[in-house]
Design a protein around this ligand. Structure first.
Ligand SMILES: Nc1ncnc2c1ncn2[C@@H]1O[C@H](COP(=O)(O)OP(=O)(O)OP(=O)(O)O)[C@@H](O)[C@H]1O
Ligand SMILES: [Mg+2]
Length: 287
């Protein structure tokens, strides 16, 4: 059962949403205050972005509710403005979120829009630049930034709000391996600051590694939920939802090696596993 008592609780209760010509979300009862990092996974078109837009009040469900701070969300201008200071979304495409031609003004945009004191604007902008590792390109015109750098600027623009929840729609899509690794570090740093994060992603290995709770969406419905360790062993359910198991889970299922959370954990386990000298003769198991 969904418990709705935590402060800064973000949840949905029997929420259904349809676009004029098609249903998109059906009977979703979700609780994002259970975990620090919640992953939303599912095939293209299963409803991930639609769910994010319902959570931030951009779209309004026809049935059920979004719950915020122990009350059903209200859709008046004032209530939505308040919500969007505490639940901030970073869209998949950074160009949707970038309005200015220079990095610092762009990051500070929402704070100035709120009429915040300039000293505080500077403090928060510095902090956000640091969190996403963007100090070295802070003076570059945005048009010259790479896609990955723009993604970092978009995240910094959300971080300055110091919100309770950060919603990241496909944070690693379009990033190269080093950009992806940097993004994982950025997300870990944000979590370490005590923020709750909701991530939608097709990057199943990312979700497995960084989330402590997962919802699996298929055609707008929840078909799996729980900790990554419990959700990702359900191969058949994942396949039906158009997904694959993370590679570390596959390795565990196929070989019986221990289930590791990260590849670093697996490698260090393999390095420390002792191989008896007479292994070949006596046919012992290595691990
Ligand atoms: N503006 C819209 N009008 C009508 N239907 C829409 C609209 N936006 C999305 N849909 C439909 O709603 C369903 C859910 O789309 P949504 O974009 O939420 O999926 P998604 O899980 O985010 O997909 P992806 O992985 O491709 O980003 C799809 O069937 C899609 O075609
Ligand atoms: Mg989407």
């Amino acid at each position: 059962m969904t418990v709705m008592t935590a402060e800064s609780m973000l949840a949905t209760r029997i929420l259904s949403f349809s676009y004029p010509d098609s249903p998109a979300l059906r009977n979703l009862t979700l609780d994002f205050s259970q975990y620090n990092v919640t992953g939303i996974i599912g095939a293209n078109g299963c409803g991930k972005s639609t769910l994010f837009m319902n959570l931030s009040g951009i779209l309004r469900p026809q049935e059920g509710e979004v719950w915020w701070d122990e009350e059903p969300l209200e859709y008046g201008q004032k209530a939505l403005r308040a919500l969007r200071q505490r639940v901030v979304t970073v869209f998949q495409d950074p160009d949707q979120q970038i309005f200015y031609t220079d990095v610092e003004s762009d990051i500070a945009f929402s704070l100035r829009n709120l009429g915040m004191d300039e000293d505080e604007v500077q403090r928060r902008t510095e902090y956000a630049l640091q969190m996403v590792g963007a100090e070295h390109f802070r003076h570059k015109p945005i048009q010259y930034l790479s896609f990955g750098q723009k993604k970092r600027v978009a995240i910094a623009g959300a971080l300055v709000m110091e919100s309770d929840y950060l919603l990241l729609d496909e944070p690693t899509a379009g990033l190269d391996p080093s950009g992806r690794k940097q993004m994982i570090d950025i997300i870990s740093n944000i979590v370490a600051q005590g923020k709750r994060i909701i991530i939608s992603s097709h990057d199943i290995d990312l979700i497995y590694q960084i989330c402590d709770g997962v919802y699996v969406l298929s055609e707008g419905e929840i078909v799996g939920s729980g900790t990554p360790e419990t959700v990702f062993v359900q191969k058949e359910m994942l396949e039906k939802a158009g997904l694959e198991q993370p590679w570390l889970v596959k390795l565990h299922s196929e070989t019986g090696l221990p289930l590791c959370k990260t590849e670093q954990a697996l490698f260090s386990l393999l390095r420390t596993a002792s191989v008896p000298e007479n292994h070949e003769q006596n046919g012992e198991e290595i691990l």
